[in-house]
Design a protein around this ligand. Structure first.
Ligand code: UDP
Length: 326
């Protein structure tokens, strides 16, 4: 298929583009390069374009006969969204609506949307199922949940079919070592742990050691970025025949605590990795673990990287080869 990927120069996007190219799809990437890296896009056509640029989007759609869109371009930092909700509603919703408008104008009616576990807020059940209530606790999660609801309305009104993928904690890097995770500022646990292993940071702060979990630290569900990327390929291919739109969780079904992540990273890297207890981070639920059975049953998705050690080892390969990022 000829597929437009928005946000294709980002961490998830660059891995999605690589998987699409390897499965013989034609890829057109757009990214405003505010957070993304041009070098991370390993092939296909590339446009430096912001989703707010309606005319720019129209030109791209008129130049390529696009069959489907994988929409990942968004702001995604919880803390920043609390401080600056306007930015999140503007970029994630208003610019996202621009994209939908151009899609409909060009009769492109297949969309894979990058959603998040943050739509669940503080979950009532573990593992979390797609049917569990969505009650996000911050503007980032709300912007993603609102967009899912907009998509449901667009399906009813305009027959736009979509698959929304609710990511849990994306981690690791492509096993080639060519692309990986490089955020500025970095806020995610595994890259921070590995930057500490490299000596780029003196110590890691553990945000909260008094949670009601097995060792007092938060538990998260880490899913390898290549497994996550492959789910996008399955989802976009499924849209070819789909009559229904779908929402799927994407996680591993297993949870690891912050201390377990640090311990595993010490083992993988052979480095000391100093870590100190610190205050809880506002808005962190104690445990987030996904049930991903729905996507396994319906799309035949399966995990190939199924243990934390392998996930961290692939991330370490990228960090060791690219200590300063891209
Ligand atoms: N975390 C931590 N220290 C850090 C960064 C993160 O203890 O320097 C914890 C954070 O509180 C959470 C887990 O690691 O429980 C994963 O955080 P991350 O930001 O990677 O992903 P999130 O679960 O927030 O999407």
């Amino acid at each position: 298929m000829r597929i437009l990927v928005t946000g294709g120069a980002g961490y998830v996007g660059s891995h999605v583009v690589k998987e699409l190219l390897e499965t013989d799809h034609q890829v057109i990437t757009i990214d405003n390069l505010q957070k993304g890296h041009r070098e991370a896009v390993l092939g296909g056509e590339f446009y430096d374009c912001d989703l707010a640029d309606y005319q720019g989007l129209k030109q791209i759609f008129s130049r390529h006969d696009i069959e489907a869109v994988i929409h990942l371009a968004a702001d995604s930092l919880v803390g920043e969204s609390v401080e600056d909700p306007h930015k999140y509603y503007q970029n994630n919703l208003t610019s996202g609506l621009n994209l939908l408008e151009v899609m409909l104008e060009f009769s492109v009616k297949k969309l894979v949307f990058s959603s998040t576990a943050a739509v669940y807020g503080d979950p009532q059940n573990i593992p979390i199922k797609e049917s569990d209530p969505g009650e996000p606790t911050n503007p980032y999660g709300r912007s993603k949940l609102f967009y899912e609801k907009i998509l449901a309305d667009y399906h009813r009104a305009y027959e736009l079919k979509y698959v929304s993928l609710r990511y849990f904690n994306a981690a690791g890097a492509d096993s080639s070592g060519q692309i990986g995770e490089d955020h500025d500022p970095e806020t995610h646990l595994i890259p921070l742990v590995l930057q500490t292993a490299l000596g780029r940071r003196q110590k890691l702060e553990i945000y909260g050691t008094d949670y009601e979990t097995r060792d007092g630290t938060c538990i998260r569900d880490y899913i390898h970025i290549t497994d996550l990327a492959r789910a996008h390929v399955l989802a976009v291919e499924a849209l070819k025949q789909a009559k229904e739109s779908r929402i799927y969780n994407l996680g591993s079904g297993e949870g690891y605590s912050v201390r377990e992540v640090i311990e595993t990273a010490r083992k993988v890297t052979g480095r000391e990795i100093p870590a100190v207890p610190a205050e809880r981070r506002a808005g962190d639920p104690p445990v987030l673990i996904a049930s991903s059975e729905k996507i396994m049953d319906e799309l035949g998705w399966e995990r190939r990287f199924d243990d934390l050690e392998t996930i961290i080892a692939t991330a370490w390969k990228w960090h060791e080869n690219n200590p300063g990022g891209y």
